[in-house]
Design a protein around this ligand. Structure first.
Ligand SMILES: [Zn+2]
Length: 89
């Protein structure tokens, strides 16, 4: 079973579709049981979806405002803990 830290470390790679199948499966297992990670996962997934949508030409301005707010929240949230990765060299 992955730890919360591992799940969060993999999350950005996961959203880039840059993790192995078995890693994704382990993440889903953890997310299914851990509400903290699920909340994080949902927020980031939504952010990425909006971001990708934003790159399409017909994005209404209201979505843009919402996305900016979400990204600001994410920035604040990411400040909360010690740096994301960097164990080992
Ligand atoms: Zn967790």
């Amino acid at each position: 079973m992955m730890t919360c830290k591992e799940v969060l470390d993999f999350l950005s790679s996961y959203l880039d579709e840059d993790v192995k199948q078995e890693v994704a499966v382990e993440m889903h297992k953890h997310i299914g049981m851990c509400s903290d990670c699920r909340a994080e996962f949902d927020t980031l997934t939504m952010t990425i979806k909006l971001y990708r949508h934003w790159e399409e030409p017909q994005m209404p301005p209201s979505c843009h405002d919402r996305l900016v707010k979400i990204l600001e929240i994410e920035k604040l949230r990411s400040k909360r803990g010690p740096s994301t990765s960097g164990s080992g060299a």
